[in-house]
Design a protein around this ligand. Sequence first.
Ligand SMILES: *Cc1c(COP(=O)(O)O)cnc(C)c1O
Length: 362
Amino acid sequence: MSLQAQSLPYVRAISPYLPGKPITELAREMGIPVEKIVKLASNENPLGMSPKARVAVEAAISGIERYPDQFDLIKAVADRSGVAQNQVVLGNGSNDVLDLIARVFLAPGRSAIFAQHAFAVYPLATLSTGAELIATPAKNYGHDLAAMLAAIRPDTRIIWIANPNNPTGNFLPYPEVCAFLEAVPKDVVVVLDEAYNEYIPPAERVDTGEWIKDFPNLVVTRTFSKIFGLAGLRVGYALASQAIADLMNRVRQPFNVNNLAIAAAVAALDDHQFVADSYELNRRGMEQIVAGLKRLGLEHIPSHGNFVTFKAGDGAAVNQKLLKQGVIVRPIGGYGLPEWLRVTIGKEPENARFLEALEKAF
Ligand SMILES: *Cc1c(COP(=O)(O)O)cnc(C)c1O
């Protein structure tokens, strides 16, 4: 038997994740200088990292010979989220904690539910355990909570929900999420992925960490990759009941978050000015891009994130025309949306470059 045939069939069946094209790769392919390229493809923070986080990283370089101590970051997250320290699980990016949850609850013979057009890491985390993935049809490109509830089977162990969702930007108002949690059986884990939480307008935002007292089957995940600008350092976290956090920590690699990431994340959490500036830049940039899309007569899905998805017609062809002009956005054919493209909100001149290139592409 071939070596490949000896591998787990459910691993062979996984479609690989397609990341946004790196700037350096487009530069190599098209011979465009790096500084002429605009990348609006991976929902990264256009302001870079918090200056306070930068100082903290530089200071943490001395000490790099030591294994990391997660205490400071766990304490900072717990204090801010209103949960106990033993309810915080750190991850090498929040994708890592999604994987930990899957490994605790999923295996062949069990199932997890996610919504059509929802984040690609849920299928990855689910299918890599050998569990079955149940996809419920989208409603207006977002989660249909009633359909997800109806899809629960006796073997279902996890329901994945991204709020706001990536790549569509859909937002479920929190009263609807709360009603859903009331209805889900208590022995099914609901993962509420809030990677874009800090981009939600304050009037619509809820501190879902507080809900864990009432819903011990709720796991909330957040990240430092988006508004905090630390995507390259890889750090995120889960808030969970003590029982679930304890199980996740048993399968977690002991040193999964590195010294520099811990130091940066602690400082970033405390840099309220940077977060406020990033929020405001995003709010204005969203207005600019949505107005531009409307001018071009292009449909978009209203978004609560730092990105917006619009209907390009032939998404792959329009994407190629943008790439030739040095503009990288995200094709989302892999999400079942081949006619659409997702663009991350950048700085004002980057957004303008994107809109100009888009106009030329048509
Ligand atoms: C970007 C994103 C994440 C964050 O991934 P990290 O591993 O923390 O970088 C998680 N969930 C969703 C829905 C995302 O879009």
